[in-house]
Design a protein around this ligand. Structure first.
Ligand SMILES: Cc1cn([C@H]2C[C@H](O)[C@@H](COP(=O)(O)OP(=O)(O)O[C@H]3O[C@@H](C)C(=O)[C@@H](O)[C@H]3O)O2)c(=O)[nH]c1=O
Length: 182
């Protein structure tokens, strides 16, 4: 159904679904309940949304706080992004470390992000459309972040376009993580 590639952060996976190209274009199945369950992945997604970003837009680094923390699955259906995931789980062997992924419509790959990780990306193409599935509903009171440039991620732009909110998040070293590694 899809190939699963582990990342350097335990539980964060790169998924490569099968891609069917033909004379009409392309078909890609990104989610299959039984196949996800067989891999021990979340299947009960509560919301799905997408964003459209211009080149050099950086969004992140985002997560929801407990008890509204959630699993997230992301993929790019137009353009390409550099995707970044940061381990916020205190006690994790990779606490404070990040992993980077090239996500693109051409590759049709996805990233599965467990609870306790922050997520962000930088749009590399003129337009990048990112689709998300998340395990619990959006809760503005729990929606949080750490500062995009406080964990050493080598962002692929010197002209980052960020929201005011994303620039106001605490740096990683000032963030008291409520997440625990289990
Ligand atoms: C995430 C979210 C935002 N919103 C609203 C709040 C705001 O007015 C507008 C835009 O929100 P944001 O600026 O947070 O959008 P954005 O920066 O694109 O947020 C996303 O960033 C990436 C990195 C993620 O990982 C996602 O889970 C999500 O946090 O949409 C919702 O109504 N529901 C939602 O689930």
């Amino acid at each position: 159904m899809f190939d699963v590639k582990p990342s350097k952060l335990a539980g964060c996976l790169e998924l490569q679904p099968k891609v069917f190209d033909d004379a009409r274009g392309r078909f890609v199945k990104v989610f299959h309940e039984q196949a996800f369950a067989a891999q021990g992945l979340e299947t009960g997604f509560a919301e799905e949304y997408y964003s459209v970003s211009h080149k050099n837009v950086i969004r992140g680094l985002h997560f929801q706080l407990p008890p509204m923390d959630h699993v997230k699955m992301v993929y790019c259906v137009a353009g390409e992004v550099m995707d970044a995931v940061v381990d916020l789980r205190a006690g994790s062997p990779t606490y404070g470390q990040f992993d980077l992924f090239e996500l693109s419509a051409a590759k049709a790959n996805s990233i599965y992000i467990p609870k306790g990780m922050a997520h962000g990306f930088c749009a590399r193409s003129d337009q990048a459309i990112m689709v998300y599935k998340v395990g619990t509903i959006y809760s503005p009171a729990h929606d949080a972040g750490v500062l995009w440039n406080s964990v050493g991620i080598p962002w692929p732009t010197t002209e980052a376009i960020l929201s005011a909110r994303d620039q106001s998040f605490p740096s990683f070293d000032k963030f008291a993580s409520p997440f625990r590694y289990e």
